[in-house]
Design a protein around this ligand. Structure first.
Ligand SMILES: [Mg+2]
Length: 349
């Protein structure tokens, strides 16, 4: 188990975290090669806790002894039937499996997915829910470090959010915005906020999950009535969810997260979306560079993922991994070229 303090409390409409309470997994092949993965539960969103994940991981890891990591899809399917409701646990184990495989054969993890678009990418930076003044001053600090895409967490009282959004918009030139309500609004509130977003100077690239995850009809109504791109996040945990959102035109883009769906299921959701002309973004829970590096491997390997919300290591007070893997240069994520994820947890983690 690894507990990493956040530099500031991470507050969203569904809860608050001051500490990332995650778990690192290591698996060892018969050759001695090790692979690593991260379980990053976010109790308010996935109803998984660190303790629960720890118990579940222990119960299932024994079943994997003796399996062949080259059959990683079969392993993923087995995990899917053992732990259907623990995507974060599955994700951590799947990551360790593919990391071990790639280290064994000497390729970076993104090469396993095809190396479609290996280059630097820019991430957004998340501003958790705060009073208006603190929202603007926090963003100022990031702006000075080169960040130009801001993800504002909203979903409290719509009138307050609208005031914050307007103040924010006046404070910065030439920025892009993602506004994430984490299911916090009613249909009327969401429409009111969408109207505000249409009038901002900033380029609004996504209005994420305005409504409850199960209100697909409401999501369709919002998507139809605004020019702002609506993103489905909590509405899409599984491939069936993604299919429904696509069929009912309930969003303009889908936010992938390996921790909410599992790693290989995320690859499947991405394939379905691309075949259906559904644009993609990718984000995470409160993850270190281990889980986030795995998400970045999908960006580099699969291609076609345009919007990156891969910033949570920047919100942590420490990095529990040894140097290596992808790096941050201001808002840019720089790819790595060593085997697997190129990352090893520090001794004490
Ligand atoms: Mg979201």
């Amino acid at each position: 188990m690894v507990n990493i303090p956040m530099t500031k409390p991470f507050t969203i409409s569904k809860g608050n975290m001051t500490m990332a309470k995650n778990i690192f997994i290591a698996i060892t092949l018969t050759t001695g090669t090790q692979g690593y993965g991260e379980i990053a539960p976010f109790p308010a969103l996935t109803h998984e806790t660190q303790e629960d994940c720890h118990t579940k991981a222990h119960s299932v890891l024994g079943e994997l002894i003796g399996l062949d990591v080259r059959e990683y899809r079969a392993i993923s399917a087995q995990l899917g039937s053992s732990l259907p409701h623990h995507p974060a646990v599955r994700c951590g184990i799947e990551t360790a499996v593919v990391d071990a495989l790639c280290r064994e054969i000497g390729i970076p993890l993104w090469a396993l997915w095809g190396g479609a678009a290996v280059k630097e990418y820019e991430t957004d930076i998340t501003i958790p829910i705060r009073a208006t003044v603190e929202t603007v001053t926090t963003a100022c600090g990031w702006y000075q470090q080169g960040f130009r895409t801001f993800k504002l967490k909203v979903g409290g009282k719509a009138v307050d959010d609208i005031a914050t959004l307007s103040a924010f918009d006046h404070a910065f030139d030439d920025i892009s915005l993602i506004v994430d309500a984490n299911q916090g609004y009613t249909v009327q509130e969401a429409q009111l906020v969408a109207k505000t977003l249409e009038g901002l100077r900033a380029t609004v690239i996504a209005f994420e999950q305005p409504l409850d995850r199960n209100d697909v009809t409401g999501m369709t109504a919002i998507t139809k009535h605004t020019s702002i791109p609506i993103a489905a996040d909590e509405s899409v945990f599984t491939i069936e969810d993604a299919r429904q959102i696509i069929q009912e035109r309930a969003a303009n883009l889908i936010n992938l997260k390996i921790t909410k769906s599992g790693l290989l299921p995320t690859v499947e959701i991405a394939s379905l979306c691309r075949a259906s002309n559904m644009p993609l973004m990718i984000g995470g829970m409160i993850e270190t560079r281990l889980a986030m590096g795995c998400s970045f491997s999908l960006v580099l390997g699969l291609g076609g993922i345009k919007i990156l919300d891969l910033d949570t290591p920047l919100l942590m007070a420490e990095d529990p991994l040894e140097a290596g893997g992808y790096t941050y240069s201001g808002p840019r994520l720089v790819p790595w070229h060593s085997a697997g994820l190129g990352l090893v947890p520090r001794e004490e983690s």
